[in-house]
Design a protein around this ligand. Structure first.
Ligand code: GSH
Length: 211
C-alpha cells in the first residue's frame, strides 16, 4: 500500500475532516502540517494543482479539494452509499455544509475570533435545526444520517458541529446552542466518538487550535 500523506496547515480548518476520517478508520497517514512560510515556497513550485490545501498523496496521486478527497477515501474504503438515493442524501448534506462554510471564509481568513462567536450565536441555530430535521427523518435520528451505518454525511456534520461548538474550549460557550437546536446531532457526535477508540484518543490528544 502506498504511503498516505496529508498536506495542510497547522489548523483544523478544511483538513480536519480528512484527518478525522483517516483516523476513525485507522488508516495510517503522515500529517504534514505546513507553516505559512513553507506554503509560500511550495505554492510557488506548483505543489498543489489548484494552489490550495489540503492535498492528499494516495495511490500514486496527489488529490486536491477537500470534498473530492473525502469522497475518494469513502469510495476506496467503502463507506460511500451504494444506491443513488442514499448518495443524494449524503451529497446534499455535504453540499449544505460547504455552503455554510462558504459564509464563514472571511472570518477564517481574517483570524476573526469575535466574528466566529457572532456567527455561532446568530447563524448556527438555524443551520443546526436544519441538520436536526434531516437526521430525524432517518430512523427518528437515532442512528446515522443515511441508513444504519456511518457515511461522509456523518463525518461532515461531526466536523462542523463538534469542531465549531462541542470540543473543549468551545462547548463552554456554544454547547447549549447545540443542546437546544440539535440534541440528536449532539448524540450522533457522541456516537461517532464512542465507536472508534483510536478516534477518541486522537480527539483527547490533538493540539488545540482556534479554527
Ligand atoms: N475548495 C477547496 C478550498 C481550499 C482552500 O480554500 N484552502 C485554503 C486554506 S483552507 C488555502 O489553501 N489557502 C492558501 C492560499 O490560498 O494560498 C477545498 O475544499 O479544498
Amino acid at each position: 500500500m502506498s504511503k498516505i500523506n496529508l498536506h495542510y496547515f497547522d489548523i483544523y480548518g478544511d483538513g480536519e475532516c480528512i484527518r478525522t476520517i483517516l483516523t476513525y478508520f485507522d488508516i495510517p497517514f503522515n500529517d504534514h502540517r505546513i507553516s505559512v512560510e513553507e506554503w509560500k515556497n511550495l505554492k510557488s513550485q506548483g505543489f498543489s494543482e489548484f494552489d490550495l490545501l489540503p492535498a492528499l498523496d494516495i495511490d500514486g496521486l496527489r488529490l486536491v479539494d477537500t470534498e473530492s478527497i473525502c469522497n475518494y477515501i469513502a469510495r476506496k474504503y467503502e463507506f460511500y452509499p451504494k444506491n443513488f438515493i442514499d448518495t443524494y442524501l449524503v451529497d446534499s448534506i455535504c453540499e449544505y455544509r460547504k455552503f455554510i462554510l462558504g459564509s464563514f471564509t472571511e472570518i477564517l481568513i481574517g483570524d476573526d475570533l469575535p466574528g466566529w462567536e457572532r456567527f455561532i450565536h446568530e447563524k448556527m441555530p438555524y443551520f443546526l435545526r436544519k441538520f436536526e430535521a434531516r437526521l430525524e427523518k432517518n430512523n427518528g435520528g437515532f442512528t446515522y444520517f443515511v441508513d444504519v451505518s456511518i457515511t461522509m454525511a456523518d463525518f461532515m456534520i461531526f466536523d462542523i458541529i463538534y469542531n465549531f461548538c462541542l470540543r473543549p474550549g468551545k462547548i463552554e460557550k456554544f454547547g447549549n446552542i447545540v443542546d437546544i437546536n440539535a440534541p440528536k446531532c449532539k448524540t450522533l457526535c457522541e456516537r461517532i466518538i464512542n465507536s472508534s477508540d483510536r478516534f477518541r484518543e486522537y480527539l483527547k490528544n490533538r493540539p488545540y487550535r482556534k479554527f
